[in-house]
Design a protein around this ligand. Structure first.
Ligand code: ADP
Ligand code: MG
Length: 432
């Protein structure tokens, strides 16, 4: 029963916004339950990751819910004897396809703005993590009108595929792999509907010789998302450290990663949980082997849990590679696991070149106390999200999305809602 209201039947924008804010409140009330569900189905530790995700999810609804009255049009000085305006209208049914790594937050980043803009949504959840997303949809049925927020659980080709192809779906918003992104973009192209794509990454982090070493090490800890088993599209997985800091950086980073506790995701003491699936586990282990075969030095960190009850868990000890060739597979390809590559550099020009020598362009960070270097690097790094001396994760009101193979379009802001979830219509009144 997907609702396909005509434009005149859509509720006023602020009313929609209030409903979406109401969704935020309902999800806040269920945050603990949702955090636990995410931990159970993804293996992400409750304290460091899953509970945090549940809270950010409701925050997305609250943020976008406040933007209802910003769906403004313009008056255009076309002809003084006429009135020319533009309006922003809903597109219709939005198809949103989401991955398993941060299922609730990534779903909220699509659903909240799409609903505020007046669309209805059909989400296709990831086969590896359908439960928490389904529960969110169930909770929000008490808040939203029937047919407005719908969800499908199923596999990619036979559930996501038909969703993209369905004639009523007028917009697709996808987060996932480059490979699937291309399939979806081809189908959307055939139908002539817009597709927003948030794909992979292999994000560089550049630590200049004048950087604050401890701050940079903390930045690498957060940036690599070690507590999320590295399962992040913006993971700072290529770390370039100036030769004057390289050895100290490696020592401090590996010490910190060693101090992380791997264990039961539901245990409040646990920092790092398990890998999502056997398939992903094997893929990550394969990259670790490829790195070793390529002659890189693997610093294997943290200890596997000793509790025999956890013996079957898909635990991967985080690996920091040093002395790794730039063209070795773990240095080039997205691993989506707890594997970081550290490269030693001496020359600024060549490190910028190396950082940009990637098919991806999602995020980048540079660590320096020199303003001139910071300005130059931020302008030259080919990435949609560039930060100096910090490594924030995606959040409402900060535009997020990638260049090159990392995607098409941006998410998380008012502009992204206007651009990606509305149709602009020009209207001329000639009453002369
Ligand atoms: P990952 O490698 O992280 O599993 P995918 O791109 O395979 O990334 O999956 C992201 C989402 O895309 C999931 O919801 C998945 O089911 C869906 N998906 C996979 N293949 C297709 C497809 N051919 N058409 C539509 N959706 C797909
Ligand atoms: Mg998949």
């Amino acid at each position: 029963g997907v609702a396909r209201a005509g434009v005149r039947e859509v509720r006023p924008a602020r009313e929609r916004g209030k409903l979406v804010q109401e969704c935020g409140r309902a999800l806040t009330e269920h945050a603990e339950e949702l955090g636990r569900l995410v931990a159970l189905e993804t293996g992400k530790a409750l304290r460091t990751e899953s509970r945090v995700e549940a809270n950010v999810t409701s925050d997305n609804f609250t943020f976008f819910g406040g933007l209802g009255s910003e769906l403004k049009g313009e008056t255009v000085p076309y002809n003084p004897n006429m009135m020319t305006t533009t309006v922003r209208q809903p597109m219709g049914v939005v198809g949103a396809i989401i991955p398993w790594n941060v299922p609730l937050m990534l779903m909220a980043m699509k659903v909240a703005p799409a609903l505020v803009a007046g669309n209805t949504v059909v989400v296709k959840s990831a086969e590896e993590a359908p439960l928490a997303a389904l529960r969110v949809c169930q909770i929000l049925q008490d808040v939203l009108p029937p047919g407005v927020f719908n969800i499908l659980s199923g596999f990619g080709p036979d559930c996501g595929g038909p969703l993209v192809e369905h004639p009523d779906v007028r917009k697709v918003s996808f987060t996932g792999s480059v490979e699937t992104g291309r399939i979806i973009a081809r189908k959307a192209g055939e139908k002539l509907i817009p597709a927003t794509l948030e794909l992979g990454g292999k994000s560089p982090m550049i630590v200049m010789g004048d950087a604050d070493l401890d701050k940079a090490v903390d930045g690498a800890m957060g940036g690599m998302r070690f507590t999320r088993q590295g399962q992040s599209c913006s993971a700072s997985s290529r770390i370039y450290v100036h030769e004057s800091l390289h050895d100290a950086f490696v020592q401090k980073l590996t010490d910190k990663v060693n101090a992380l506790k791997m264990g039961d995701p539901m245990d409040e003491e646990t920092d790092i949980g398990t890998i999502i699936s056997r398939e992903q586990y094997e893929k990550v282990q394969g990259y670790i082997e490829k790195g070793e075969q390529a002659g890189a030095k693997a610093h294997v960190c943290s200890a596997l849990p000793t509790d025999p009850k956890l013996g079957d868990g898909l635990y991967v000890r985080p690996v920091v590679f040093t002395d790794i060739a730039a063209d070795a597979a773990p240095a080039k390809e997205e691993i989506f696991g707890p594997v970081a590559c550290i490269f030693r550099f001496s020359d600024y020009e060549s490190v910028i070149e190396a950082a940009n020598d990637s098919e991806f362009g999602l995020a980048a960070t540079v660590w320096t106390t020199d303003l001139k270097t910071a300005l130059d690097a931020t302008h030259r790094l080919e990435a949609g999200f560039v930060q100096v001396n910090q490594n924030l994760v995606v959040q409402p009101n900060l535009s997020y999305g990638g260049m090159k193979s990392s995607g098409v379009g941006r998410e998380a802001t008012l502009e992204s809602m206007l651009e990606h979830f509305t149709e602009k219509k020009t209207i001329i009144f000639n009453m002369a």
